[in-house]
Design a protein around this ligand. Structure first.
Ligand SMILES: NC(=O)c1ccc[n+]([C@@H]2O[C@H](COP(=O)([O-])OP(=O)(O)OC[C@H]3O[C@@H](n4cnc5c(N)ncnc54)[C@H](OP(=O)(O)O)[C@@H]3O)[C@@H](O)[C@H]2O)c1
Length: 330
């Protein structure tokens, strides 16, 4: 039995490229006392990967050249010398972009068999879903009747944010990069309005759909779109900076120009790192699962088969070619 691994070959300059990775075969190795061997079923592709490919440390250290690419993954334990993790247990964690992983159990989360599809635990019931839940509720603090604006709304984080905001009684507006995605937001996710930021005038559309201003802006995109949204803040608005995908491959960062609107709107600008809420994941997973089961929420996945596709598929996150949680079935 061989391990297939995606290795970081070089650091990208600008846009992530297939040549940044190599896919290689190697021995799996023997497990020692206190370790488990996991056969990976799904690998998650996340926008943060672009940052992890850089040198240096942000909220987490960059991946070393020659190392297995960091990735969240889900798999089944096929050999165990760890009392807490018997063979047959399904686990999720930062297992890496590879077909097999050896783990001491540190950072592993046991995936309950009775909570939705396995792959959902990398999406709506995994790290991105947790980001949406805690970012919106703990940072955005939406109240019924308020207007919530979400950028990158058709993605896994954005679509989850918008649907939770609807459940909380808010009016929800989102942006996405195609008419098909906008249609999905309104017809499937229950958004009140969706704006195609590539073909429509976002400023004019926001004025139309949020005449009283935006109370919560949940930003996944950054760049000029952030400035446009800041210009429409209601008094006391909360701006949650979750990500800035428009900037991840940029060689020069676009900084916000319209930030004085925070002053005049008496607003708050706040950030979220999902890992700060690790201890509260079970509460959020149970709640989102209940909403899914009750038909109050939906989720969409975009799955490619074969780990060797990883280098080509990752780019789709930054070109908008993914539609739903991007995963690789190993
Ligand atoms: N802070 C945290 O702890 C945390 C945790 C998880 C995720 N995040 C952030 O949350 C955001 C969404 O992540 P996700 O997993 O839900 O990804 P996703 O939205 O499922 O996929 C990325 C999407 O971003 C959009 N996009 C790409 N380039 C863009 C650009 N230049 N301008 C505008 N939109 C662009 C594309 O959709 P369109 O077709 O609409 O362009 C693409 O499909 C990212 O910024 C990510 O870094 C933060």
């Amino acid at each position: 039995m061989q391990n297939t691994q995606v290795i970081l070959q070089e650091r990208p300059q600008g846009m992530v490229a297939e040549s940044n990775f190599t896919v290689q075969q190697g021995p799996i190795g023997e497990i020692e006392e206190g370790q488990v061997l996991i056969k990976i079923a799904y690998i998650s592709l996340d926008p943060a990967m672009r940052g992890w490919m850089n040198a240096g440390t942000t909220y987490i250290k960059g991946v070393e050249i020659g190392a297995v690419m960091r990735a969240f993954a889900i798999g089944e334990i096929i050999a165990s010398k760890h009392a807490k993790y018997p063979v047959g247990t399904w686990v999720e964690g930062l297992l890496g972009a590879q077909s097999h992983a050896i783990s001491t159990g540190q950072g592993l989360r046991i995936v309950p068999a009775d909570q939705g599809n396995l792959s959902w635990h990398l999406g709506i019931l995994g790290m991105p879903g947790m980001t949406a839940y805690f970012g919106l509720l703990e940072r955005g603090k939406p109240e019924a009747g308020e207007t919530v604006f979400v950028s990158g709304a058709a993605g896994i984080v954005g679509s989850t944010v918008g649907q939770i905001a609807k459940i909380k009684g808010c009016r929800v507006i989102g942006t996405a990069g195609s008419d098909q995605k906008c249609k999905y937001l309104i017809e499937e996710c229950g958004f009140d309005a969706a704006i195609n930021y590539k073909t429509q005038d976002v400023k004019a559309e926001l004025a139309r759909h949020a005449p009283d201003g935006i109370h919560v802006f949940y930003d996944n995109v950054g760049g000029p779109l952030l400035d446009t949204a800041l210009g429409r803040l209601a008094r006391g608005a909360r701006v949650v900076i979750c990500g800035a995908i428009s900037q991840y491959n940029a060689t020069e960062m676009y900084g916000p120009k319209n930030y004085m609107k925070i002053v005049t709107a008496r607003g708050y600008l706040t950030g979220i790192i999902v890992f700060d809420f690790l201890e509260r994941y079970p509460e959020a997973i149970a709640q989102i699962h209940e909403w899914l089961r009750g038909g109050k929420m939906k989720t969409k996945e975009h799955i490619f088969e074969g780990i060797e596709q990883f280098p080509a598929v990752l780019k789709k996150l930054y070109t908008g070619e993914n539609f739903g949680k991007l995963l690789i079935k190993v």
